[in-house]
Design a protein around this ligand. Structure first.
Ligand code: NDP
Ligand code: OXD
Length: 315
């Protein structure tokens, strides 16, 4: 039994170091230089795996994503059939995401950027404000992350609506499902938060048409967009056009069509845009390693590995 780390774009030492501390007896292999006998490798931890590597492992039992999303793994066109893929569903990651969502909803709601600007210019301007129930936050994706963020926002007094593929019941949240209810969801939404997975169905879902269907009845007269899902959800040229025309009031973007965001992207210096570098929910090596190790131990005891994804759905 051996565990392969196949994470070309991550700092491998931090991750293997965490695993070595937590499981000193585990046989750890590294791509590309320390693969050893391929027949020994039963588990792989992967993120953006290069083609043909996972496929070359004849006894692979489970592929673990190091994140909640699995789009980076499903990109491998040579992914071996029939090997289950597990994603991260871990309270530390979920808590971090909810912190980010609550922070940015509050930042827009309390007009913190305007206050910061006033402080820089030594302007004492106590403009009128409103309270949380004046705004409806619409969350796209009511999975692990979306549900936790929705609950925390509702607890703070925001009106919260949510949209998912299948119907949901979440106390304090008005839930919509599927294409037939998408419009009703958008119409109610003053602040749109994207927490969807990236799949063929969700690619480019935040575009000019969808932005034009959002509520304009909120206190800012135009909607606000927060994306902590994936960059491929957004059409950046449409977002920029909507910000410039006033169809969007402001945006917080943690994820981008291409990452890292190019230095010459107009998003960097747009006065209505807040940018963070894909850090909404950072994966903590010790916590995520404990989670992966726990799943390996389950598998070794003959128990089902949790949080397996459905390859057909793409999440
Ligand atoms: P889940 O799989 O738990 O939830 C996904 C949700 O999206 C579900 O409610 C699902 O609906 C819904 N959904 C999927 N496809 C569609 C569709 N076509 N139409 C409507 N709803 C859809 O994922 P998590 O909540 O754990 O994570 C969500 C995403 O957050 C990740 O995939 C990742 O991309 C992103 N993420 C970003 C991070 C960052 O730092 N920026 C960190 C961690 C995650 P249903 O419930 O019906 O299946
Ligand atoms: C994730 C991420 O999917 O970090 O967990 O983006």
């Amino acid at each position: 039994m051996a565990l392969l780390y196949l994470i070309p774009t991550w700092p491998t030492d931090i991750w293997t170091g965490a695993m070595r501390r937590q499981a000193p007896d585990l046989d750890i292999r590294l791509w590309p230089d320390n693969m050893g006998r391929l027949e020994d490798i039963t588990y792989a931890v992967a993120w953006l795996p290069p083609a043909n590597v996972l496929k070359s492992l004849p006894n692979l039992k489970v592929i673990f994503s190091l994140g909640a999303g699995v789009d980076a793994i499903l990109k491998d066109p040579t992914l071996p059939d029939g090997v289950p893929i597990a994603r991260v569903n871990e309270p530390d990651l979920t808590m971090r995401m909810s912190e980010y969502v609550v922070l940015h909803v509050l930042m827009h709601h309390r007009q913190q950027r305007r206050l910061d600007e006033n402080q820089r210019n030594k302007v004492w301007d106590s403009f009128p404000t409103h309270a949380a129930p004046a705004l409806t936050v619409g969350i796209m994706g009511l999975g692990v992350m979306g549900t936790d963020s929705a609950r925390k926002l509702a607890m703070m007094g925001f009106k919260v609506v949510g949209w998912s593929r299948s119907p949901k019941t979440i106390p304090g949240v008005e839930c919509f499902a599927g294409a037939p209810e998408f419009d009703s969801f958008l119409k109610r939404t003053d602040i749109l938060v994207c927490l969807l997975p990236h799949t063929p169905e969700t690619t480019g879902i935040i575009n000019g048409d969808v932005i034009s269907r959002l509520s304009r009845r909120g206190p800012f007269g135009a909607p606000i967009f927060i994306n902590a899902g994936r960059g491929k959800h957004q059409v950046e040229s449409d977002i920029l056009a909507a910000l410039d025309s006033g169809a969007l009031h402001a945006a917080t973007l943690d994820v981008f069509e291409t990452e890292p965001l190019a230095k010459d992207s107009p998003l960097w210096s747009h006065p209505k845009v807040t940018i963070t570098p894909h850090v909404a929910a950072d994966s903590d090596p010790d916590t995520i390693t404990a989670y992966v190790l726990g799943q390996i131990r389950r598998h070794q005891k003959g128990l089902p590995v949790e949080n397996l994804i459905d390859r057909q759905r793409g999440y």
